[in-house]
Design a protein around this ligand. Structure first.
Ligand code: CP
Ligand code: NVA
Length: 302
């Protein structure tokens, strides 16, 4: 039966570990210049209803490394953007391509697409989740720290798609997570409840200093996500005090790493100084989108 990559909670710890193992292997092969055309002759469709730099380029280049071909589709010039039902697009796409990635607004749209698609579907970001990013982030932590187990992760800022996916990851993989958001900007309530029911070790607070204290991994994201641009000013007020700056880094573990999925608003949610500091693993994190997504495509389509 085909499997989709829509939400980290749909996967077991062992399955995610297998993706990390394959990522390591594919990354080593690429760095050594060893051909790894494991999806030779396959075609991958990428549907974007929101902007992207990293996701688009990493999937497209990744598919080329694997011996296949990727097609970029934007909602502004496909029939989906003119209101063609998702279930019709999904069924037609599956007659042409071997796998699909979608970046869109609602998680329900991605789930409906997957339901009607006979080929694997990958979530390239919704308002609810960004699972590929969290896989790249965790792989980067493993590279820098040896393992994610035994580390304290913290999320500072908006309870957005990234925060929700971190909560899912903590529930599946069992690491300790602290989430600091302003009141009114907490993560999704159902996501928090499911994680609690699964026995996840997560602390929620409104105090970024409490979250950062002694933490090994500090993580943040923009205060206004795609689709929330009109709320930028009111969010800047609500999130004042939630910036990752050198004062906050000083409270964390002396060898802490700092992450950001990018794009960043420098000197807003994170200072330029922190982004350029020895703590920042942000550009390794960006690169690992390529390696981890190759492993995800190979797992689903190989
Ligand atoms: N982090 C991330 O998904 O970047 P893009 O929006 O550029 O794809
Ligand atoms: N939370 C951000 C992530 C961008 C990669 C957004 O949804 O815009």
């Amino acid at each position: 039966m085909k499997k989709d990559f829509l939400c980290l909670s749909d996967w077991t710890r062992q399955e995610l570990e297998n993706i990390f193992t394959l990522t390591r292997d594919l990354k080593a092969k690429q760095k050594a210049g060893i051909r790894h055309h494991i999806l030779s002759g396959q075609t991958f469709g990428m549907i974007f209803e929101k902007s992207s730099t990293r996701t688009r380029v990493s999937f497209e280049v990744g598919m080329m490394h694997l011996g296949g071909h990727a097609i970029f589709l934007s909602s502004s010039n496909t029939q989906m953007g003119r209101g063609e039902p998702i279930k019709d697009t999904a069924r037609c796409m599956a007659r042409f391509v071997d796998g699909v990635m979608i970046r869109t607004f609602s998680q329900q749209s991605v789930e409906e697409f997957a339901q009607f698609s006979s080929v694997p579907v990958i979530n390239g970001l919704t308002d609810m989740y960004h699972p590929c990013q969290i896989m790249a982030d965790l792989f980067t932590v493993i590279e820098h720290k040896g393992d994610y187990q035994g580390l304290t992760f913290c999320w500072i800022g908006d309870g957005n798609n990234m925060a929700n996916s971190w909560i899912n990851a903590a529930a599946v993989l069992g690491f300790e997570l602290r989430v600091a958001t302003p009141k009114g900007y907490e993560p999704n309530a159902d996501v928090m409840k499911r994680a609690a029911d699964a026995g996840a070790r997560i602390v929620y607070t409104n105090d970024p200093q409490v979250a950062a204290c002694g933490a090994h991994v500090l993580n943040t994201d923009v205060w206004a996500s795609m689709g929330q641009e009109a709320e930028q000013q009111e969010r800047e007020k609500a999130f004042a005090g939630y910036q990752i700056n050198m004062d906050l880094v000083a409270l964390a573990d002396p060898d802490c790493v700092v992450m950001h999925c990018l794009p960043a608003h420098r000197d807003e949610e994170i200072t330029d100084e922190v982004m350029e500091s020895r703590h920042s693993i942000i550009f390794d994190e960006a690169e690992n989108r390529l390696h981890v997504q190759k492993a995800i495509m190979a797992t689903l389509m190989g």
